[in-house]
Design a protein around this ligand. Structure first.
Ligand SMILES: C[S@@+](CC[C@H](N)C(=O)[O-])C[C@H]1O[C@@H](n2cnc3c(N)ncnc32)[C@H](O)[C@@H]1O
Length: 224
């Protein structure tokens, strides 16, 4: 529902606030940080892209945690809507990170992304929007433009489904309550994301359940 609401609709604004709360409860930040450490093997990335980045606040939290070790990063956020508030832009600037906002459909980005590969590509609560064929197309584009990819998605499992029915207890609105349940049904388990990755010879792949509700996928280019 959030995807089809106009960005200024009060229900959409509220639902994006809910998403921040849901990410906290899912421990997304820590899960992503662990995945990023594994995928980058301690090498500081200079160029990062987040796909389906929403309001960019998750990436800003990551930037705040990593800026001391990762100076001068060029961060790109791709989302159909430009949802980046001025305080968020300012937050990146204060850390000395450059922020580029690309407001387009991710498949336009796949077609048009510049030739310089990203050291790290990220996605959170994003891949489950796509059916198999679209996911394969997206992964081909990501693999062609990245040295490492880390994704954190809803886990399609009973615990996550149970949790998704309880987001109302966090004060989430009707849009978030609807989307939470649908997102778990559309989520991933086992090696489903690995199966959609274009090739595994030149990539180190890891896919695993994380925390109570999440499912992670890591891909690191061998020798990258
Ligand atoms: C569930 S939200 C997650 C936002 C953010 N990653 C987070 O964790 O808070 C999914 C985001 O994907 C974006 N999105 C959905 N389909 C997209 C597409 N085809 N191209 C670009 N962005 C898309 C939506 O606008 C939305 O901001």
């Amino acid at each position: 529902m959030l995807d089809v609401l106009p960005q200024a609709d009060p229900r959409a604004i509220r639902s994006r606030q809910d998403l921040r709360r849901i990410n906290r409860v899912m421990a997304t930040h820590s899960i992503l940080c662990r995945g990023i450490d594994a995928a980058t093997r301690g090498r500081p990335p200079r160029r990062i892209v987040e796909l389906g980045a929403g309001d960019g606040t998750l990436l800003l939290r990551l930037a705040r945690r990593r800026a001391a070790k990762w100076p001068g990063v060029e961060a790109t956020v791709v989302d159909r809507q430009d949802l980046i508030a001025s305080e968020t832009r300012q937050g990146f600037a204060t850390l000395g990170w450059t922020l580029r906002v690309v407001a387009c459909d991710v498949f336009e980005w796949v077609d048009e992304a510049d030739a310089v590969p990203y050291d790290l590509s990220l996605a959170n609560l994003f891949l489950h929007h796509f059916a198999d064929e679209a996911l394969r197309l997206l992964f081909s584009g990501v693999a062609a433009r990245s040295n490492a990819f880390v994704a954190c998605e809803p886990r399609r499992a009973a615990t996550a489904l149970f949790g998704s029915h309880l987001v109302g207890l966090l004060g989430c609105n009707a849009v978030s309550r609807n989307d939470a349940v649908l997102s778990v049904h559309a989520g991933f388990r086992d090696a489903e994301l690995t199966a959609a990755w274009p090739e595994t010879h030149s990539w180190q792949i890891d896919e695993y359940p994380a925390g109570l509700f999440s499912h992670c996928f890591l891909a690191t280019r061998r020798g990258g």
